[in-house]
Unconditional design. Structure first.
Length: 210
C-alpha cells in the first residue's frame, strides 16, 4: 500500500515537472522573437539618427562668399541709382559666375535703367532748348513703372504741361493760332483731353472760323 502511494507521488511529481518544463520552454520561444524585434527596431532607429547627424551642411567656399558680397554691394548701388558702378560690379560677378541667375536679372535691369536715364536726360535738355515735341515724344517712350518714368511723372510732367498752356495763351494773345495749335497738341500728349486743353481747343476753333 505504502509502496503504491510512493509510486503515485513520484509519478505526480514527474508529470508536474514535465508540464513545468514544457510551459517554460513555450514562454521562452514566445519572448525571444519579441526581444529580437525590439532590438531590431532600436538598431534601425539609431541608424536613422546617425545618418541625419552625419549629413553635414557644406560651408560656402571663398568664391561663393565673394560673389554673395558683390551682389549685396550691387543691390545697394541699384537702390541709390548708381548705375555705372552697379554695372561694373555685375560685370565682375558674371565673369566669375556666368550662370548666376540673380546677377543676370539685375544686370538686365541695370542696362534698361541706363538707357532710360540717358533718354530722360536727353528729353530734359530738349525741353530746356524749347524743342517741346521732341522732348515729350522721348518721355513717352520710357517704359511705365521704371525709375525715370516715375521721375518724369512726379517731378516734371505737371510743370511741363502748365508751361505749354502758358505758352499757348501767349500765342493766342499774339494771334498766332498756328503756333498755339501746335503747343496745344503737345500739351494734349502729356494729359490727353485735359479740360485746359479742351477749352483752348474750342476757343481756337472759333477764332479760326471767323
Amino acid at each position: 500500500m505504502k509502496r503504491n502511494l510512493m509510486i503515485e507521488k513520484l509519478s505526480f511529481i514527474f508529470l508536474a515537472s514535465i508540464i513545468l518544463f514544457v510551459f517554460i520552454s513555450c514562454n521562452k520561444d514566445n519572448v525571444k522573437p519579441e526581444n529580437n524585434s525590439k532590438n531590431t527596431k532600436t538598431i534601425v532607429k539609431k541608424d536613422d539618427q546617425s545618418s541625419l547627424v552625419n549629413k553635414e551642411v557644406e560651408e560656402p567656399d571663398a568664391k561663393t562668399i565673394e560673389i554673395q558680397n558683390l551682389i549685396k554691394s550691387g543691390k545697394t548701388l541699384i537702390k541709390t541709382e548708381n548705375w555705372e558702378k552697379a554695372h561694373e560690379i555685375y560685370t565682375d560677378i558674371l565673369k566669375k559666375d556666368p550662370n548666376n541667375k540673380n546677377a543676370k536679372k539685375d544686370m538686365e535691369l541695370i542696362n534698361k535703367e541706363l538707357k532710360n536715364r540717358n533718354d530722360y536726360v536727353k528729353a530734359v535738355k530738349l525741353f530746356t532748348d524749347k524743342k517741346y515735341k521732341e522732348s515729350i515724344d522721348i518721355f513717352e517712350t520710357i517704359p511705365d513703372k521704371t525709375t525715370y518714368k516715375t521721375k518724369y511723372d512726379t517731378e516734371r510732367k505737371k510743370n511741363y504741361f502748365e508751361k505749354l498752356i502758358k505758352l499757348t495763351d501767349a500765342e493766342f494773345a499774339k494771334k498766332d493760332f498756328n503756333k498755339a495749335k501746335e503747343l496745344l497738341s503737345i500739351a494734349n500728349k502729356i494729359y490727353k483731353d485735359h479740360k485746359e486743353v479742351v477749352v483752348r481747343t474750342e476757343f481756337l476753333d472759333k477764332e479760326t472760323k471767323k
